[in-house]
Design a protein around this ligand. Structure first.
Ligand code: 2YC
Length: 273
């Protein structure tokens, strides 16, 4: 899993309304609407005012990322909820959050980024939520994916979660992972819900053939100029972005990519289900 750097996230808090404008242009949905859509929730907005969310910095492992907790708070507030970052990190922060009446906790160490609903016990994992959010974004960009071919790059937690959402959208799923056994594991997981996934073994061929792509791999310079067509659309949860930098400007109206926003928004609505 890619660890965010401070400069990946330092613009989030100040640009959330601009983020929403861009998202509406591409998907027709605001961040809050797309996150609800991704988890098939129909959330009563009035209740949001009564829900308290605490974000707890975690110092373990490689420690705190400057601005990470603050960015999560700003995204959750943008969704209409009350949120704050605890004064203390770690166990002290958890105690502080509970003592101050938090209903939902967000916290991330080096391995997991989770949201926990203290009232219901519902837990959302960032990787799973991000996969759902980006599959939903691509589906809304296309006003439906039924029978459409979608290529997923990366059979990790995000790509796997995206595949389950694509199955719900009845898309024709193709998976490429440099590790063939990872692709095969994903195929087996979807077979359990009787959904077929096709394995791509040649990346260049796959990128030349497919124009609906979920880039869930942590590599840059993977999707290159000669892969891109007028109708190419890319939902890219992967950090760093896989599109070659010279092409980002040109593809941007048909590109979904952010370091944290969509995944956090889906986590929030997932723990309220
Ligand atoms: O500031 C803190 O509390 C740090 N302990 C947060 C560490 C987050 C590490 N994980 C990541 O950077 C990525 C994020 C995109 C979410 C999942 N992994």
């Amino acid at each position: 899993m890619t660890r965010l750097k401070e400069d990946d996230i330092d613009e989030i808090s100040a640009n959330l309304s601009n983020y929403d404008n861009e998202l509406v242009k591409k998907t027709g949905y605001l961040l809050s609407e797309l996150a609800e859509y991704a988890v098939c929730a129909d959330f009563d907005k009035l209740k949001s005012q009564s829900i308290q969310v605490a974000v707890i910095p975690m110092t373990c492992g490689q420690g705190i990322i400057g601005g990470f907790g603050e960015s999560v708070v700003s995204i959750v507030k943008h969704l209409g909820f009350k949120a704050w970052i605890t004064d203390s990190p770690d166990a002290g922060g958890v105690a502080e959050a509970v003592q101050n009446g938090a209903d939902v906790l967000f916290m991330a160490d080096d391995l997991r980024f989770v949201a926990i609903n203290l009232r219901t016990g519902v837990i959302s994992d960032n990787g799973d939520a991000t996969g759902k959010g980006y599959a939903a974004g691509l589906e809304r960009m296309n006003k439906g994916l039924q029978e459409k071919e979608v290529l997923i790059l990366g059979a990790g937690p995000v790509g796997t979660s995206a595949a389950f959402s694509l199955a719900r959208y009845k898309a024709k799923i193709f998976i490429f992972d440099p590790d063939l056994s990872a692709s095969r594991t994903l195929v087996e997981k979807l077979r359990k819900i009787e959904y077929t996934v096709n394995v791509e073994t040649n990346l260049d061929q796959a990128l030349k053939h497919h124009h609906l792509i979920i880039d869930a791999c942590p590599a840059d310079n993977v999707i290159l100029r000669h892969h891109l067509r007028e109708d190419t659309q890319i939902a890219a949860p992967g950090i760093p972005l896989g599109v070659e930098s010279a092409m980002i400007e040109q593809i941007s109206p048909r590109l979904l990519h952010d370091p944290l926003q969509l995944g956090v928004a889906v986590m929030m609505f997932e723990v309220l289900k």
